[in-house]
Design a binder for this molecule. Sequence first.
Ligand SMILES: [Ca+2]
Ligand SMILES: [Ca+2]
Length: 95
Amino acid sequence: MAANEKINDEEIGYYYMKLHDFDANDKLDGLELMQSMIHSIEHHHENQVNQTTVTNNIDNLSESVDYFLKECDLNSDGFIEFAEFKAYQAKIKKN
Ligand SMILES: [Ca+2]
Ligand SMILES: [Ca+2]
């Protein structure tokens, strides 16, 4: 059961990356990360989302993207590859 859960986590992570990998290079750059986070905010707020909510979050967003890149971009090339994303997922799961 635990093994299945792990596979599902990886599949979700992979799907999430592919969904926001707009130039299809199998890596997420800062802009793609930003889009994915805006997407998450919109999804989170669902019906009550409006443009102000998104705009108010842009400042926090660029900080979040910087932080995420610093934490997740293991080879410091400015892109998050799936392997790096997976390592990050494993790391936050431990905490
Ligand atoms: Ca990309
Ligand atoms: Ca990288």
